[in-house]
Write a protein that binds this ligand. Structure first.
Ligand SMILES: *Cc1c(COP(=O)(O)O)cnc(C)c1O
Length: 363
């Protein structure tokens, strides 16, 4: 078999090897089933057990209380940009407030504007989205329909390190940092994450929603776009993305059983990020970090070089070390190293070693 690369792709992204091996082993014949997970009814007892187990693992990992429901939806986080204001803003008196710390928050706002009144509570445009609001800078109105944040801006590489306290329902796009640390879910009204960054393959999006917010959805909404239908039917209002739910469940099992839960996952992620940022900070004339230091993401490390030639040389040289998919997002350029949950320590170490070596040769 060809050797695997260290895959720094921003998404779809690296998955844990034990999960891939398990999928391979069960591909033709799911134990006790005589068929592939892709070939069985979503209403079979085998699949229902798989989906229930995935939901239970997420509930345990995130400590989700009974006042919340966990939904498995399709359409990615982009559909949530629309579903959230359709369900939570239509018919409300107060506006939806958006905190813009990068590209994804701006895309979310653009969709909300189509549904009702919005306000921009914070916008880091002036500094090219290199930072988060300072303590006390966010003035969330208690009358807001909700306030929307992006816990990790995948393109710019800035990340909220803690759970915010909000007087209005806090809606969080957690697409690129779902399950990376323990969270206080009770601070959130709704948390959502497409799986393909940090939690599984493309095709399933997790929505954790406080049940009282379900009362806001109008019966006039298109059926698929109404959270109530999914909640009432246990995410089986229509056929769920069965294979993606299966893999998401295996990844959650890996976080829980192999890594040892979210505290251990967080410690692991902090260690990996430190390796890479220490290498970056050791050569500030070569590596121009994008994010303000205190707002750096543990998931996506973003930086540029003083010249295009150095960037090209860096990417060319990376290949020899099996370091792959390091090119930054097309909208911002430079380098983006995505070091999600499933990136092994060895991958982060190999990147850090390469960065130190490259800097010593080009200083
Ligand atoms: C990738 C990403 C999205 C978009 O997800 P899709 O599944 O492609 O719709 C939204 N928000 C964030 C923070 C992301 O990283």
């Amino acid at each position: 078999m060809e050797k695997r690369l260290y895959n720094f792709s921003a998404g779809p992204a690296v998955l844990p090897v034990p999960v891939l091996e398990r999928i391979r082993d069960e591909m033709l014949c799911l134990p006790g089933c005589g068929a592939s997970v892709m070939e069985i009814s979503h209403r079979s007892k085998q699949f229902i057990a798989i989906q229930d187990a995935a939901k239970e693992r997420l509930t345990r990992l995130l400590n989700i209380p009974a006042e919340y429901d966990v939904l498995f939806l399709q359409g990615g986080s982009r559909l949530q940009f629309s579903m959230i204001p359709m369900n939570l803003l239509r018919g409300q008196i107060g506006p939806a407030q958006y905190v813009l710390t990068g590209s994804w928050g701006k895309y979310a706002l653009a969709e909300a504007k189509k549904e009702g009144a919005t306000e921009v509570l914070y916008d880091a445009a002036a500094t090219n989205y290199d930072r988060l609001p300072n303590d006390g800078e966010l003035k969330i109105s208690p009358d807001a329909a909700y306030v929307h944040i992006t816990s990790n801006e995948t393109i710019q590489g800035v990340q909220f390190p803690n759970d915010l306290t909000s007087p209005a329902p806090l809606v969080c796009d957690s697409s690129s940092d779902f399950l990376y640390r323990p969270v206080d879910i009770q601070k959130y009204g709704l948390m959502y994450a497409c799986a393909q960054k940090n939690a599984g393959p493309a095709g399933v999006t997790v929505v954790v929603i406080r049940r009282d917010l379900l009362a806001r959805s109008s019966d006039q909404l298109p059926g698929y776009l109404n959270y109530n239908n999914h909640s009432k039917e246990g995410s089986m209002w229509n056929t769920p993305p069965t294979f993606a739910v299966y893999v998401l469940g295996l990844v959650a099992e890996w976080v829980e059983s192999t890594i040892g839960g979210l505290d251990a996952m967080y410690a692991h992620n902090q260690k990996k990020a430190k390796l890479v940022y220490d290498a970056l900070d050791a050569s500030p004339s070569i590596y121009l970090g994008h994010a303000r230091k205190e707002d750096r993401s543990l998931m996506n490390v973003t930086f540029r070089f003083p010249t295009e030639e150095l960037e090209k040389a860096f990417l060319d040289g990376a290949k020899a070390h099996r370091l792959d998919s390091l090119k930054g997002h097309r909208s911002v350029g430079g380098i983006r190293a995505s070091i999600y949950n499933a990136m092994p320590m060895e991958g982060a170490q190999t990147l850090a070693d390469y960065m130190r070596d490259f800097a010593s040769k080009h200083a």
